[in-house]
Design a protein around this ligand. Structure first.
Ligand code: ADP
Length: 591
């Protein structure tokens, strides 16, 4: 039961109680009045009768015997106590008092009804009788003969009985009235409050987020108007929320589609928004709305940059390298928004991933310094010897010959270097003109081994080929040739006389495996992953002595990758090395 129902029921009950009480007391009063008047009238008539009975007898103490006897008789006739009183107030006859005791009865002159009768009027009074101990109605009339008073008294407790009966009936009627009032008020309030309860339920569920909840339409009265208004309000809220959600989704979709990471924080440095890219950059898996930026990004530099941007009207930009293992480098631009206004609400930061750019920059720097270093030596040597040759007086014929040979050797070295650099830049720049086609690597290896066999064996090395069956790769013929030739050259260069070189070709599932194994000096494990870098040489002087440029394996790696293949090396110091090239096999249906 609601509070308002309780109030309504209490008010109605109180009203019923009030009405019953007021009307009950009025009814009781008028009943008592009417009964009393009836009693009085009947008593007066009976008193007159008694007066007639006593007419002729002087009310005198001397006549007490006769008067008392008359009083007793009159009592039977009048069905009331009869008292005969002299003009002085002495009782000379009383139906309720034995004759012998009459003399002891006190004077009745001060009794109100007696006083009135003595003054010649009919007097009446209701009071509790000391003699009989019950409420009595006394009525006194003056004696016709002018002396004495005839007084009659009747018990009026009957009237009280009648009034009590009436009161009892009123109480029963009141109780029924109250019960009916409670039931009616409960029903009425339930009916009246039902639409309000429905409205409240709908309003509660709308407030609780159920925007689909609607009130049933009800008429055009006030409640109907409120229902319509609530329904319209819910509809508008739903539309607004849908709009906002779709705008937010669009914004998030745009942000997530960006290559840059985006982070928006509020004025207190708590995260308002971020995109998927930033999650990826900083490996943020969870929902972080409202978390402090330092907790989310775990980078004091980012936190400091946002703080700086929040304190100025200008955009702040900085290069930040993460402290995590992947060490990514970002160019971060941060600006507070709305820019330039006094009411700052936050800061937005955009993270551009420049890791690759930074890496390429470093590679370029290294390359330029390595290339210049490599070029400087032959150029300096050539220049030195050329200057010496310009002054022929100082040189003997042998020296001149030796100087010319040195110049020749370094010129070849220079030309090798330039040729390798051009090759490398062509491969890196994807300037390869030929398209891949079916290449029988076994046949190609056999031809190349055949061509180099004599030269290699002259160096005191044994060359062996194991290419039993055709092995068709999807590759560029020239690139495979150059790859094998470089690997073979290296095997010769880094294997001492008496060693063995073995070239093998075999089809392996969806790949063609080309291997060049030697029993040469081998490569230490820490150098193995670096030998594919440009200009990297384990032993620079040995490389130079054999005409190496430090670019051969770098070219091989790029060629193999450009054909969709891969290259690996296995090597043990002093035991030899095996370079394995896997190339994609040519599908049988490709021509
Ligand atoms: P280079 O012109 O110096 O041979 P490469 O790029 O071909 O340049 O090779 C890089 C380095 O790798 C060489 O300097 C050498 O130290 C090492 N290397 C290459 N092939 C072999 C091999 N078969 N055995 C031992 N070391 C090798």
């Amino acid at each position: 039961m609601t509070r308002s129902q309780l109030v309504l029921m209490s008010v109605i009950t109180a009203l019923v109680v009030l009405v019953v009480a007021v009307s009950g007391s009025l009814a009781e009063h008028s009943l008592r009045e009417r009964e009393m008047a009836k009693f009085t009238r009947s008593l007066e008539r009976r008193a007159m009768l008694v007066r007639e009975l006593t007419s002729g007898l002087p009310f005198d103490v001397a006549q007490r015997d006769a008067l008392d006897a008359i009083a007793d008789r009159a009592q039977r006739a009048a069905a009331a106590r009869v008292t005969l009183i002299t003009s002085s107030g002495a009782v000379v006859g009383d139906s309720d008092v034995p004759l012998g005791k009459l003399s002891e009865v006190e004077s009745h002159a001060d009794r109100p009804e007696v006083r009135a009768a003595l003054e010649g009027r009919v007097g009446s009074s209701t009071r509790r009788s000391d003699t009989v101990g019950r409420p009595l109605l006394y009525l006194a009339i003056p004696d016709a003969l002018g002396v004495g008073v005839v007084r009659l008294a009747v018990d009026v407790s009957d009237i009280d009985g009648a009034v009590a009966e009436l009161r009892h009936s009123l109480i029963v009627a009141g109780a029924i009235g109250i019960a009916a009032a409670i039931a009616v008020s409960f029903g009425l309030s339930w009916l009246t409050l039902r639409p309000l309860r429905e409205m409240r339920r709908a309003a509660d569920s709308i407030a609780g987020g159920d925007l689909g909840s609607r009130l049933t339409a009800r008429g055009i009265d006030e409640l109907g108007g409120i229902s319509t208004a609530i329904n319209q309000m819910a509809e508008q809220i739903r539309e607004r929320i849908e709009e906002t959600t779709s705008e937010k989704d669009q914004l998030q979709a745009v942000l997530n589609g960006m290559v840059e990471g985006v982070l928006v924080v509020d004025i207190a440095g708590r995260v308002l928004l971020l995109n998927d890219r930033l999650r990826e950059f900083y490996q943020i898996p969870n929902e972080v709305f409202g978390c402090p930026v330092l907790e989310v990004v775990r980078d004091a530099e980012v936190d400091a940059l946002l703080g700086e941007a929040a304190a100025t009207d200008h955009a702040v930009s900085r290069k930040i390298t993460t402290i995590r293992a992947d060490r990514r480098t970002f160019r971060v631009h941060a600006v507070r928004f709305p820019a330039g206004s006094g009411s700052r609400t936050g800061t937005v930061a955009v993270f551009h991933d420049i890791t690759e750019v930074a890496r390429l920059e470093a590679v370029r720097r290294d390359f330029v310094s390595n290339a210049s270093h490599e070029l400087r030596t032959p150029v300096a040597v050539i220049r030195g010897y050329a200057e010496t040759l310009l002054d022929p007086a100082e040189l003997g014929a042998d020296d001149r010959q030796s100087a010319l040979e040195t110049i020749h050797r370094h010129a070849i070295r220079l030309s090798n270097l330039v040729a390798d650099l051009l090759d490398l830049s062509a491969i890196e720049g994807r300037e390869v003109d030929s398209e891949p086609s079916r290449v029988d690597v076994a046949e190609l290896a056999a031809r190349l081994v055949g061509d180099s066999k004599q030269r290699i064996e002259e160096q005191g090395l044994e060359l062996e080929l194991a290419a039993p069956a055709p092995a068709w790769a999807w590759a560029r013929r020239q690139a495979v040739e150059q790859t094998l030739s470089n690997l073979l050259d290296n095997a010769c260069s880094y294997t001492d006389a008496g060693g063995r070189i073995r070239v093998s070709v075999a089809a392996e599932g969806d790949a063609v495996m080309l291997q060049v194994a030697d029993s040469g000096i081998g490569i230490s494990p820490e150098d193995q992953h670096r030998i594919f870098e440009r200009f990297y040489r384990v032993d620079a002087s040995r490389s130079r002595a054999v005409g190496g440029t430090g670019l051969g394996l770098s070219i091989v790696k790029h060629l193999v990758h450009s054909m969709g293949g891969r290259i690996d090396v296995e090597s043990q110091l002093g035991r030899g090395s095996t370079f394995s090239v896997r190339l994609p096999a040519a599908p049988s249906d490709r021509g």
